[in-house]
Every structure is written in C-alpha cells, then in structure tokens.
Design a protein around this ligand. Structure first.
Ligand code: ACO
Length: 382
C-alpha cells in the first residue's frame, strides 16, 4: 500500500470553494466579496460589511437602514441570557460566557423545533439567526467586561450606530469619533478570513446539518485558543511582561532561548506579512496620538523591528489590535470576545454558504496504531 500524503494541520490543502473572501499571500491582499479589506475599513460602517459578507453586495442606503433597524431591535441583553452569564464563574475566561450565552440563545430560538431534521434551517431563517447574534453579541461582550469590574449592564442607545453603541454599552460614556472609527475598523478587519480554524470548525458542524448556533458555539471554542483568536490577548500579556521599549532586546534573548512563540507574529497563510496589519496599525497610531501614549508606539515598533530582524516572521492582525483595544479601555480578557463579535459575520456567511451546497466534511486518517490483536481467551459466539 502506498503511503498517504498527510498534510499535517491541513496546511496547503484546498477543501472547498468559497465566494466569501479571498486571501492572497502572494499579493498580500484580502478581499471580502471582491473588495480589498482596507478599502472597506476606510469607508464603511461595520454593519454594511456584515451585509456585504451575508449578501455578496454592499447595501443600498435603504438596505443599510433596514439592517440597522433590525440590529437595534435585537441589541438588548435578554434577562435569561444575563442570568446565564451570571452563572459563569467570575474568574472563568470571558470566552466561556460568550459560548454559554450563544448556546442559550440557540436553545431558546430552536425550542419546539422537535426533530433534528428541521434544525439546519432555511436560508431566510439562518440570515435572521445571523443578524440576531450579530446584534446581541456586543451586549454580551460589554456586560462581561462590566460584570468583572463589578458594574451593572448599560442599556443600548437607539441614537448610536453599531460601533458607537458597543463602546457606550461597555464604558457608559459616548466615545470620541476617533475612537469609534478605530474600533469600527478593527471590527471590519476581524470580520472574515476564509477557512481559518474557527470558520472551518463552523463549516464542519454545519455540514452535519446541525444548527447555526451549534456551529457558532463550536467556532467560539476554536477561536479561544492562543494559536488563533486568543493571540490578541496574549500580545498584551507580552507587552506587560516587557514593560518598556528598552527591555525588548533582553526579553527577546530570553524568550527565543526558551523557544517561546511570540504571540501576534506569524501566520499559516501569510508568510510575508498580514494584509490587515497596515490598516490596523494606522488606527493604533491615531489612538497613540489621541491618548498621547508614545510609550506604546515605542514598545510596539521596537519589538516588531527586533523580532522581524531576528526571525523574519511578521506581525499578524492581533499584534496591532491588542494595544489598540488596550488604549480604548478594554480589559485584556475582553479582546478575544471582541473578535467573536466581529467574526460572527464571517462565520455565519460561511455557514450559509456551506449549507447552500452542502457535503458532509469527513476526511480520512491514516492509521498508525497497534497491529490487529485480540482479547486473550475470547471465543467468538457461534
Ligand atoms: N514566534 C516564534 N517562532 C515562530 C512564531 C512566533 N510567533 N511563528 C512561527 N514561528 C516559527 C516556529 O517556531 C517554526 O520554527 P521551526 O521551523 O524552527 O520549528 C516556524 O516558525 C514555523 O512555524 P509553525 O508554527 O510551524 O507555522 P504555522 O504556519 O503552523 O504557524 C501560527 C502559524 C500558529 C499562527 C504561528 O505563527 C504562531 O503560533 N504564532 C503565534 C500565535 C498567533 O499570533 N496567532 C494568531 C494567528 S492570526 C489570527 O488568528 C488573527
């Protein structure tokens, strides 16, 4: 028998087509439905990009207004979801709150469905489910941060759009437009990235004709890991460890001697730089100026230049987004939940795409375990 060609981690393997986004490491570009992500980040509200990912086209003014009206109608944190979040231990990771909340929302929405044959839902039902999750996740994430600080949830404001309202619900004060713009850009940049680990997880679950909520819960689990979404949080831990730009060299000597992975650097697909980094870095620069924090820029630039010079490994999106969220005032533990609030758009677009031309995802494994053997004394029945 010929040896199967195993691609560990599915590296370099194409498993399906997608029309949602195109990652091109050769040209260092990322397109959402054909549009370069940096153009979207510079010109669009996140709601319009969500619409684009779901429908394939940017919304007209009327379509955007309709989506915004729906989003506003689902912004409130339902009482039972709040109660469920309160059951999660305060010292659990907030991703556990988000996962629990989405699971409950799904159970409530699908209650009475009866047979598993009906749960995967029609295209219309899944779009409605996607919009509901997109709209309620900010309330879940904002409440998570507030509860860890011993604060009550803040009711959403109908006069604010998605990003401004998200910041309002988190900090109970109206954010400066510069801050809203940086946050909106981060939401757009995190929104979609082809067959990354969490999106692929969601597609695997959807491919069994399970329901959209189950697929999202699985994706949240995949995103929590530090090799994926958890890295934006890990970047801040590294910044805290290093302290100031002057300490970078000594810190790097030690970290590399210990063969540590430097979080926020490296990417499975981009080997010459992540296409989203320049846009996010520009937003970080704006905030460095806004908050007058040149120390943050100095640490960022020094670590980047020293690490790139030594290893030739470039920053990924998590590198500039970590300090950006920190400057805005988000707790480090809230960073990965913010990623969920954004990536819900890409996940759900992919779940709907998977269902539109479904094939159960079920790869093969080459067995390398024990040779066939038998239980001593076992006699097969006649
Ligand atoms: N720090 C130090 N060394 C690294 C790093 C890093 N961040 N990234 C890669 N390397 C090294 C590896 O140690 C390995 O070296 P070796 O060949 O001497 O063993 C080599 O580069 C190849 O690395 P792999 O991990 O095999 O490459 P892969 O494509 O599987 O990794 C990954 C991609 C997992 C993202 C990796 O770069 C990493 O762990 N980075 C840190 C975590 C991170 O930032 N994740 C965020 C991903 S992007 C996102 O989710 C928005």
């Amino acid at each position: 028998m010929t040896e199967p060609d195993i691609k560990k981690g599915l590296a370099g393997v194409y498993v399906d087509y997608t029309a949602v986004s195109k990652v091109n490491p050769e040209t260092n570009s990322l397109l959402y439905r054909g549009y370069p992500v940096q153009e979207l980040a510079a010109t669009q509200p996140f709601e319009a990009v969500a619409y684009l990912l779901w429908h394939g086209e940017l919304p007209t003014d009327v379509q955007l207004a309709q989506l915004r009206a729906l989003e506003r109608s689902y912004r409130h944190l339902p009482a039972d979801v709040r109660a469920a979040i309160d059951l999660v231990p305060l010292d659990a990771h907030p991703m556990d709150e988000v996962r629990t909340a989405v699971s409950l929302i799904g159970a409530r929405d699908l209650a009475g469905t009866g047979s598993v044959l009906e749960i995967s839902g029609s295209a219309e039902e899944n779009l409605a489910r996607s919009i509901r999750l997109f709209a309620v996740l900010p309330a879940i994430v904002a409440f998570g941060q507030r509860r860890r600080r011993g604060l009550q949830p803040v009711a959403p404001r109908d006069d604010l759009d998605y990003s401004a309202n998200f910041l309002w619900m988190t900090f109970a004060e109206e954010a400066d437009p510069v801050v809203v713009d940086a946050f909106n850009r981060s939401m757009i940049l995190y929104g979609e990235h082809s067959f990354n680990a969490s999106t692929f997880t969601a597609r695997v679950i959807a491919s069994t004709l399970s329901d959209l909520y189950s697929a999202v819960v699985g994706a949240i689990g995949a995103l929590k890991g530090p090799l994926h979404g958890g890295a934006n949080e890990a970047v801040l831990h590294i910044f805290d460890e290093i302290g100031t730009a002057e300490n970078v060299s000594a810190w790097l000597d030690e970290a590399l001697a210990e063969k540590r992975k430097i979080m926020g650097f490296g990417h499975r697909v981009y080997k010459r730089g992540d296409s989203r980094v320049p846009t996010m870095k520009a937003a970080l620069d704006t905030l460095v100026e806004h908050y007058d924090r040149p120390d943050v820029a100095a640490l960022y630039d020094t670590l980047e230049s020293e690490f790139v010079a030594r290893k030739g490994i470039y920053p990924n999106l998590d590198y500039p987004s970590g300090p950006t969220y920190n400057l805005i005032g988000f707790d480090t533990l809230t960073f990965t939940p913010l990623f969920v609030a954004s990536r819900i758009t890409g996940w759900t677009a992919h779940i709907m795409e998977q269902l539109a031309s479904n094939a159960l995802i079920r790869p093969l494994a080459a067995y390398n375990g024990h040779d066939e053997r038998h239980i001593e004394g076992y006699e097969p029945d006649e």
